[in-house]
Design a protein around this ligand. Structure first.
Ligand code: 13P
Ligand code: SF4
Length: 321
């Protein structure tokens, strides 16, 4: 029996669902129950009622968020080594240092952070809603981490002062995109539309026709009449883009744009993790409950247009875990 079929059978037997990020390998996306960007996957994990096990085919911080948002489920990360380097760039010590300098500023953390860091922030955001989150805050200056490029983009869009912490947090994969590669493709396909992830550098954002999260790119490509798209994000997204729009052409802005961490989740590892129920992601209390508040606050934006600053994080800031 093919490995994919074995996983599908195991999923039924164990009442498991597979949630896969848009950067996963094509064969992993194809066996997943749901494929999406980080906000969609967090929401799915939070709302999952029937399954007993969530296999989270992505990287550490996304699986951690799933475990935090749905503590009754067993969350498995197929490869224990699938760690987002950007998420490791902001430590609790670094946060404490910045908070000492700016004790009154709200701290907004990109979900690409570890739970221990999230526990110290006021609200989380993803690339899909970072602008909306910062706009909703009752503050003209905010601390924002760990992605320097996303912080800069949010500052441009909101007109607020966004202080990046650490000063130069970045995604090694998105840093690979260069405008000259896009220009070379544009020379070949002059009508092509350029879609850029906000983790890319400012020079890339400047030449973009559309800036958004991975799933926002999928929506944009579906709704846009253009026939050719140049895509500046991790190469895994092209599988979904092509599958959903077989009549359109998608060109990766740089062929080497691979996130090796995302790619650690192979079908073999998914099968073994599910069979042996291993690599269970757990987040200890009280880190989990504090991080949950910051994640839930991000979702509250859907019902509550203005986000009032909540003092719980400030009050608990000096609590040691
Ligand atoms: P999205 O939320 O846009 O899918 O991004 C997640 C990510 O890790 C980008 O590198
Ligand atoms: Fe992290 Fe970049 Fe990989 Fe996204 S693409 S998971 S930000 S290293």
């Amino acid at each position: 029996m093919a490995l994919a079929d074995k996983i599908l059978r195991l999923k039924r037997e164990k009442r498991a669902v597979v949630l896969a990020h848009n950067y996963q390998r094509p064969e992993v996306q194809d066996i997943a129950d749901y494929v999406g960007d980080s906000i969609e996957l967090s929401r799915k994990a939070m709302e999952e009622k029937d399954a007993e096990i969530i296999v989270f085919a992505a990287v550490d911080f996304m699986a951690e968020s799933a475990a935090i948002l749905n503590p009754d489920k067993k969350v498995l990360l197929p490869s224990a080594g699938a760690r987002c380097p950007m998420a490791q760039m902001l430590t609790v010590d670094e946060i404490k240092r910045w908070r000492t300098h700016y004790p009154l500023l709200p701290l907004v953390l990109y979900v690409n952070t570890l739970a221990s860091a999230k526990a110290y922030c006021d609200v989380c955001c993803t690339s899909a809603n970072a602008v909306e989150v910062v706009n909703a805050l009752d503050a003209e200056t905010v601390l924002f981490g760990p992605d320097h490029n996303l912080a800069e983009y949010v500052q441009e869009k909101t007109g607020k002062k966004v202080i990046p912490i650490p000063e130069r947090g970045f995604c090694p994969t998105h840093l690979l995109f260069q405008p000259e590669d896009v220009q070379a493709l544009k020379a070949q396909y002059p009508d092509a539309v350029v879609m850029v992830h906000p983790e890319c550098a400012a020079e890339m954002r400047k030449i973009a026709d559309f800036i958004g999260s991975t799933s926002q790119m999928c929506k944009y490509a579906k709704e846009n009449a253009a026939k050719t798209f140049i895509v500046a994000t991790e190469e895994g997204l092209l599988h979904r883009l092509k599958k959903e729009n077989p009549e359109k052409r998608f060109l990766l802005a740089y062929e080497g744009a691979v996130c090796p961490n995302m790619k650690l989740n192979t079908l073999e590892r998914i099968y073994t993790a599910l069979k042996e129920e291993r690599h269970i992601v757990t987040v200890p209390e009280p880190i989990a409950s504090k991080a949950r508040k910051a994640l839930e606050k991000m979702f509250e934006l859907k019902i509550e247009k203005r986000l009032k600053r909540d003092n719980h994080c400030f009050e608990e800031f000096h609590t040691s875990f």
